[in-house]
Design a protein around this ligand. Structure first.
Ligand code: SF4
Length: 175
């Protein structure tokens, strides 16, 4: 997997000051996408061990609330495979920090996977269940609303993943 950029002190993509990883590769092609360069899976730099360790090192700062995954599309099948061991290790190292993920796919609260079933992999369920918050759905220009917090268009949901999985129905983190 490649990544397009990393923001080391991001306050726009989740609560608190966060490290945001923008992975490369996205097949949604939303109209007026905010990050079109990251559609290409080969864009940017390799997400290698050096980058992972740098994230883990910076994450130790007490003012960093957690990690946000964006893109591109973190839940494209090949990106799921690459992110799965990284997030697993992140969880083991930083159990008190949060993980937010932004996806253009739609979360299926009944299965804990994606409604776009062709995009589900052996990693999908475990990967999503390790998130605190999932912001789902494609960006739809016609539904754009700049007053919405942590999302661009009103079709997108800011989902409390843990409460949703426990209840088996969608529990929003933010209305
Ligand atoms: S899902 Fe995100 S990165 Fe992909 S096209 Fe839509 S807005 Fe752009």
């Amino acid at each position: 997997m490649n990544y397009a950029t990393i923001k080391w002190t991001d306050i726009a993509n989740g609560e608190g000051v966060r490290i945001s990883l923008f992975v490369s590769g996205c097949t949604h092609r939303c109209k007026n996408c905010f990050n079109e360069v990251a559609w290409d899976f080969a864009y940017g730099e390799a997400f290698d061990e050096t980058v992972k360790e740098k994230i883990f090192t910076e994450m130790q700062s007490s003012f960093i609330a957690g990690l946000s995954l964006l893109g591109g599309e973190p839940l494209e099948p090949q990106n799921q495979e690459a992110l799965y061991p990284f997030i697993k290790e992140f969880r083991a190292r930083f159990p008190h920090k949060t993980v937010w993920c932004y996806t253009g796919f739609v979360f299926d609260e009944k299965t804990g996977m994606l409604r776009e079933t062709q995009k589900n992999t052996p990693y999908t369920k475990d990967l999503i269940s390790s998130f605190d918050v999932l912001v789902d759905g494609p960006y739809i220009e016609e539904l754009k609303n700049i007053r919405l917090k942590f999302r661009g268009s009103s079709n997108q949901r800011v989902i409390d993943v843990q409460k949703t999985l426990a209840k088996g129905e969608c529990v929003l983190y933010l209305e």
